[in-house]
Write a protein that binds this ligand. Structure first.
Ligand code: AKG
Ligand code: FE2
Length: 216
């Protein structure tokens, strides 16, 4: 592991589910947020994903490495503009490995995320309870949060309802879910407008999830 650690605590929310509050320092938060704004501008613009039922997601999403559309991954953004998505940079995968190593307190050198989903939430956006199950691999998901805090609901692997744990994900926080929690239902209940600690960050909330698709 090459990155210095900025952890201010560690909480196990379930088996394989770990919250590291404030893991990214202010500089890394700004660097990642700036990169997210660039990725949102193209080659594939961030969009409100259209779900098969006709509903549009309230968060806007842009992807790196592989493009996600309900409910599969492709190299080109076929439901947006057909362009190949931007690559997932090595530095971001390395942040993912470092966050995972601290979360699980074990080496994570073989963690190779190949996609990132970047979600932009304005004050009214949310995300319903769902599983991240379109990946063929079952490597952990590593999530970074920036800007406004949210109320995050982390549930069970059986259904969308209780038991679940509600927690605040604030700017700089890491949340990892893998192992027995990899297919746990989870969602964003609400964003807390104006809760960002840093006026240099973009308005609203940004969440980045690193994943391994298991695709070639
Ligand atoms: O915004 C978050 O914290 C979670 C995002 C999420 O669950 C997803 O992109 O699948
Ligand atoms: Fe998710």
């Amino acid at each position: 592991m090459t990155l210095p650690l900025f952890g201010m605590g560690r909480r196990e929310v379930g088996p394989g589910a770990v919250h590291l509050p404030g893991w990214l320092d202010a500089d890394r938060q700004r660097r990642l947020a700036d990169a997210c704004l660039r990725w949102a501008a193209g080659p594939v613009p961030a969009r409100h994903t259209l779900l098969p039922g006709g509903h549009r997601m309230s968060a806007r999403t842009v992807c790196l490495g592989w493009h996600w559309q309900p409910y599969r991954y492709s190299r080109t953004a076929d439901d947006v503009n057909g362009e190949p998505v931007a690559p997932l940079p090595d530095w971001l995968a390395e942040w993912g490995r470092a966050a995972l190593a601290e979360s699980y307190r074990q080496p994570s050198d073989d963690y190779r995320p190949d996609t990132a989903l970047i979600n932009f939430y304005d004050a009214d956006a949310r995300m319903g309870m769902h599983q991240d199950s379109d990946e063929k691999a079952r490597e952990p998901v590593v999530s970074f949060s920036l800007g406004d805090s949210c109320l995050f609901r982390f549930g069970n692997t059986e259904n969308r309802s209780r038991p679940y744990t509600d927690l605040t994900l604030a700017s700089g926080d890491v949340f990892v879910f893998g192992g027995e929690s990899r297919l746990a239902y989870h969602g964003v209940v609400r964003v807390e407008p104006g809760s960002s600690p840093d006026p240099a960050l973009p308005a609203g909330r940004i969440n980045i999830t690193l994943r391994a698709t298991g695709l070639g």
